[in-house]
Design a protein around this ligand. Sequence first.
Ligand SMILES: Nc1nc2c(c(=O)[nH]1)N=C([C@H](O)[C@H](O)COP(=O)(O)OP(=O)(O)OP(=O)(O)O)CN2
Ligand SMILES: [Zn+2]
Length: 123
Amino acid sequence: MRFELSQKFFFDAAHTLHREIEAEPSRRVHGHTYQVEVGIVGYRSEETGMVLDLGFLRRDIAVLRDELDHRLLDEVKELGTPTLENICVYISKRLPGLHGAASLHYVKVWRDSVGDSCTLRLG
Ligand SMILES: Nc1nc2c(c(=O)[nH]1)N=C([C@H](O)[C@H](O)COP(=O)(O)OP(=O)(O)OP(=O)(O)O)CN2
Ligand SMILES: [Zn+2]
């Protein structure tokens, strides 16, 4: 049996974005609350009854969250242009070595205030 588990978190951050439309407000430094959900898949250990103790995932998330929360995303190394797409990629690269039989399945980033979202599916 293959299981899917998920964990949500959020971070608050500022950014600028150069766009062809709605250009002026996006170009100025402004902030968003970014909601994130990461999904993992894997097989349950008979010994523990778990695919992965979610405490390990939350520990890894806490490290990467600190790299994004209350930051100017334009300045975060290796993120690139601070779009939803690039934030998904960044988060996926920060959660590479999940423990045991689990692997990263998807990263979803969304902003309730704007009503948009982006999902990166892996594997
Ligand atoms: N493919 C993508 N398209 C767009 C992205 C993106 O990440 N990927 N991002 C944006 C804007 O950031 C988004 O629309 C929000 O617009 P913004 O000017 O940043 O803020 P708003 O004033 O619209 O939202 P508030 O949070 O209400 O201030 C566009 N396209
Ligand atoms: Zn924005």
